[in-house]
Design a binder for this molecule. Structure first.
Ligand SMILES: *Cc1c(COP(=O)(O)O)cnc(C)c1O
Length: 404
């Protein structure tokens, strides 16, 4: 612990994460407002034609156009940058815009990408279907098998991509080991850190080069609007990503940035409570004979607990479980829930449950689903902020009505 006497508290870098989330990046106008101002503007007025010209050459610092930047969006970028500990950050309109831009801004025809198979459905589409349309080679591997990552490397490998924990089966990928393999061939590792949140896992400290978020999830955390963020080195963000976003337009709306700023203020409190409830729910489900398998990082039956301890500080807000029955039983169980809502979103204050095989992952071939462990009786539960006992009672009564 550093002594408070030698800590310069005027530097946000010296603040604790919970202080960063409240004060980080705040830009106060001449009015001295307490809460962050919402700058709903698409353009900016210059004091003279010369000033406009100087902004465009970069000699004068300042905003030019909403697609390039906005003060409310800048506040969010700086707040999340501090929390992640990266050199730079850039917001996007959605998590998928963050993932797509972070890949396309650095790839060209003839490059090669290595990615884990177990991915959020749209990330898998971008990597498996979209990139090859532009002559970018792709190799999909079993993310848990480090030999497959190693064997997939090629001279033209430029980007490695993974998410951990994965959606929906919560498998972990060893970020440190994969980053070493990527760096051995001069490739960069991009990590989609949505499931872990910036609170529970620090991919950059584990060797990743770029982190992407859907801020739609825990960072808004209250189910209101879409957003994304890409974090990395100053040179990557400024020289590669920024120009791509400027020219192609997946920019975050200032209103959404304002909502996300407010979300960040309570991120740690919300994630901490949801994690505690998720862990209790996982133990509760593990005791039911109507449940075949519970998947929750850190839970006693979780097969990757050594890796879990190495790279995460808590198991997260999601629990996946397989019922001891058919798809019909599973639907009956979901339909009987009274507090938990059926919804494919996650990271919300409200507990949300989804059946991946028929929703988020229904576009995958049956073989691809089987390969990633997405069976007909698997459900994914995003644990919210309700009373944990109420959630367990709700799950218990719905299991009773499932017909299993
Ligand atoms: C939701 C999600 C995304 C996409 O984010 P959007 O904001 O919905 O575009 C990407 N990756 C993961 C892991 C997600 O959960």
């Amino acid at each position: 612990m550093s002594n408070s006497k030698d800590k310069d508290l005027s530097k946000p870098e010296n603040w604790s994460p919970d202080t960063m989330m409240v004060h980080g990046g705040t830009l106060r106008s001449q009015h001295g407002e307490t809460a962050e101002a919402l700058y709903l503007t698409s353009g900016y007025v210059y004091s003279s034609a010369e000033e406009a010209a100087a902004r465009f050459t970069g000699e004068s610092k300042g905003y030019i156009y909403g697609r390039y930047g906005n003060p409310t969006v800048s506040m969010l970028e700086e707040r999340l940058r501090l929390l992640e500990g990266s050199e730079a950050a850039m917001a996007t309109a959605s998590g998928m815009a963050a993932v797509t831009a972070s890949l396309l801004c650095q790839l060209k025809t003839g490059d090669h990408v290595v990615a884990a198979k177990a991915l959020f459905g749209s990330c898998r589409y971008v990597i498996e279907t979209l990139l090859p349309r532009f002559g970018i080679e792709v190799t999909l591997v079993d993310g848990q098998d480090l030999a497959q990552w190693q064997d997939a490397t090629q001279e033209n490998s430029k980007v490695f991509f993974l998410e951990s924990p994965t959606n929906p089966t919560l498998e972990l990928v060893d970020i440190q080991a994969v980053s070493k393999i990527a760096h051995s061939v001069g490739a960069r590792l991009v990590v989609d850190n949505v499931f872990a949140t910036p609170i529970l896992q620090k991919p950059l400290e584990l060797g990743a080069d770029i982190v992407a978020y859907s801020t739609t999830k825990h960072i808004d955390g209250q189910g209101r609007c879409l957003g994304g963020m890409v974090l990395g080195t100053e040179t990557f963000i400024k020289d590669e990503l920024e120009n791509f976003i400027r020219q192609t337009g997946p920019s975050m709306s200032p209103f959404n940035a304002w909502v996300m700023l407010k979300g960040l203020e309570t991120l740690d409190l919300r994630v901490e409570k949801s994690c505690a409830s998720a862990s209790a729910v996982a133990s509760f489900l593990g005791e039911s004979d109507k449940v075949q398998k519970v998947i929750y990082p850190g839970h006693k039956d979780f097969p990757q607990n050594d890796l879990f301890k190495k790279q995460m500080t808590s198991g997260g807000t999601l629990v996946a479980f397989e019922l001891n029955g058919t798809q019909q039983h599973t639907f009956k169980f979901m339909n009987a829930l009274k507090i938990i809502k059926i919804c494919n979103n996650l990271g919300d204050t409200k507990s949300l449950i989804t059946h991946p095989a028929t929703t988020t992952h229904f576009r995958l071939t049956p073989e691809a689903r089987a390969e990633t462990g997405i069976g007909q009786s698997l459900v994914r539960l995003s644990v919210g902020l309700e009373n944990a006992n109420d959630l367990m009672e709700d799950l218990g009564q719905a299991l009773e009505q499932s017909g299993i």
